[in-house]
Design a protein around this ligand. Sequence first.
Ligand SMILES: [Zn+2]
Length: 346
Amino acid sequence: MVWINLRLRRQKIDPTSRRSAIQLQVKTILNIVQRFVGFVYRQVQLHCPAKSAPSIEILVEPHRGIRGRCSHCQKPAPGYDRQPERRWLFVPLWGIETHFRYAPRRVNCPEHGVAVEYIPWSEGKRPVTLAMMGFLARWARRLSWLETARAFQTSWEMVYRSVQWFVEWGLSQRDVSGVKSIGVDEIHWGHGLRADNFLTVIYQIDAECRRLLWVGRRRTQATLRRGLKVLGPDFATKLRFVCSDMWKPYLKVIAAKAPQALNVLDRFHITGHLNKAVDEVRPSREWTAEDRGGQKEVEAHALAVTPEGKPGARSGSPETERLGGQQTGHGARLGVEGVFLSLLEV
Ligand SMILES: [Zn+2]
């Protein structure tokens, strides 16, 4: 085993050499990219075992003039004792596995009693630095989790935990108070058509911000209610627009939870239902020029129905419910013009 110190040191100018007076050291880089108030990088060592891959160990020490902080309230507190040294996996440097090493202090907080100090690069008992978790989570957006683990010499489990931590952190920071418009949709997931093979997705579609807000298993009323509840007690009541397909359970929940919002039924699903209705009608009657004109006109526009103007069309009307669910024989017998007009209720 060989230990090589990569220490920060100022070298004297050698007149026979053309090297710069100050050599770049690993600690210099660390102090630029990962500087922690109250802590210092004491030493950086390259560990070169004979028969395995090298590793870098970064020894961290508390700053002598700064007291430790309580991990509960982050207020400075008198020192109590010191715990055994721990190791945290850091972002690999030049592809070499890198660890932080530090013996945490315990402090005697006036409010919380004896507690482990606040360690800014650590989250609970995880043996990974926050920098490494953020690093893995960002790469996991570009590569599969398995590929990410292989590329950075870590485990799939570590990538999974990192993504989980990153998502939880992001959700805790998320602000949905300004969301005015949402889309609600179902996604087929996996194989088969069982209830568990569908997901309900809620996403923000405001012009200034489009983002995924929530995903839940199944496509029932309970699923959508659960999603709206997670987004906050006032979330649904502040919406102005909800874009959805004609899936009846969604329409019912939207009508109940966001009655003030304009429910926009998206064009893709409307034209799909209309074409289906047309196919059913076609064998039963001759088309007229008037029918074809009506179809083109309706296909050219998404349909918006307001609770004030057309309360029946929003949900619960026989026409809308028929289109939201299965096409019945009666719906087909209405004929294409009748279906369009009854859908619009004009
Ligand atoms: Zn405290």
